[in-house]
Write a protein that binds this ligand. Sequence first.
Ligand code: SAM
Length: 261
Amino acid sequence: MKDKIRGYWDRRAVDYDENVRNILYSPRENREWKRIFSQGLGSVKMNGAELKDAKMTSAEMKILDVGTGPGIVATILSSLGNQVTGIDPSREMLERAGINAKRSKQPLVFVQGDAENLPFMDGSFDAVVCRFVLWNLPHPDKAMIEWKRVLRPGGKVLVIDGTWYDHDDSPLKIKLWQFLSTPLIMLTERRIPRYSSMNSEIKESLWSTVARRPQADVRLLERAGFEKIHVLEDIYRKSLTNLDYLKNGHWGRTFMITGVK
Ligand SMILES: C[S@@+](CC[C@H](N)C(=O)[O-])C[C@H]1O[C@@H](n2cnc3c(N)ncnc32)[C@H](O)[C@@H]1O
């Protein structure tokens, strides 16, 4: 199944990159994502109080971006002064990541590999960040244990993902919304968005198509032994203008979960 998932992302690398790289060039989107990551990595909420962890707020953290894809998150984190390594099994995605990092002049390291079997020593990173990836991992429990292994004691995991298959809205409304978003994207971004859904064999094998999220994700972190788990819901809506929401909101609601080793 992993080979099939990797093949899917190899084929989608160019259009996925086109869909997301605006984050690097739109000052507003760039600022918003920097804010989201700084908020997620910079503090731990406990008993309603905001507790700062000195190491977490230091300018330079060693961060692993799991499932880095075209390296957008890695590039943003690097531009915040962190030392970032991105890992992904898709060679085509890593090629896009190299191009994006070069254009942004960020000193990133990219490694081809699997989120569930990381080629890094125990305790190598201050933080593990993973955006829009957990949903497509065949063994999320195994992945969490690996992420905890490569974190130093007190290190932080930050997961951003969405309710891609768990819409409260009807499938018909979602289809119609996606259909209507196309001319909006064409008009405002001067590109034709391409949508390519996963084949049903892959989809049916995914835990995330039947899970209630983010509750299921929280249980994954708990089972792996992460502490101080904190969930922030609907982060994407908060970071979007109404126009961007009309263009992208049909994908689902986006949440961020953090936990500490
Ligand atoms: C929706 S993209 C997200 C890319 C990037 N994190 C972002 O936020 O733009 C999903 C990524 O998960 C990667 N992926 C799939 N299976 C993986 C695995 N076993 N280990 C690590 N990454 C994986 C894919 O290659 C793809 O780049």
